[in-house]
Design a protein around this ligand. Structure first.
Ligand SMILES: [Ca+2]
Ligand SMILES: [Ca+2]
Length: 120
């Protein structure tokens, strides 16, 4: 789920328009739920405050190159997934999230750590 936190929403009467730039798919409302992404993608949010002009902002959504969304295989996306990768810090690693062959800080940015739902 994505929300419009990246823009000042204190003005009443905002209309939102979201576009997944790689596909051109459009989404309306706030929040929105995106389809499952299979590649790193850019989402652009355009707002139309009180029908005067527009503002826009973009966010890059990092997607694990090998589509491994649950690093430790426990069925959840939590900090435990990051801890699973820490022992490989700065080492060669096959199937690393950004697919450059080295486990670095950039790879950790690909790991979703949503602890909102207790992991079974
Ligand atoms: Ca996990
Ligand atoms: Ca890497």
């Amino acid at each position: 789920m994505f929300t419009a936190d990246i823009l000042d929403c204190s003005v009443v009467g905002f209309d939102f328009e979201w576009e997944l730039l790689e596909s051109g798919a459009m989404f309306m409302g706030d929040p929105i739920t995106l389809p499952m992404l299979t590649t790193t993608s850019t989402l652009e949010l355009r707002s139309f405050p009180n029908k005067r002009g527009s503002q826009s902002s973009q966010a890059t959504i990092l997607v694990h190159h090998h589509l491994n969304f649950d690093i430790n295989g426990d069925g959840c996306n939590t900090l435990d997934d990051l801890w699973t990768l820490f022992p490989f810090w700065n080492e060669s690693y096959i199937n690393d999230p950004n697919d450059d062959g080295l486990m670095s800080i950039l790879d950790f940015m690909y790991i979703n750590t949503d602890d909102a739902i207790p992991c079974p």
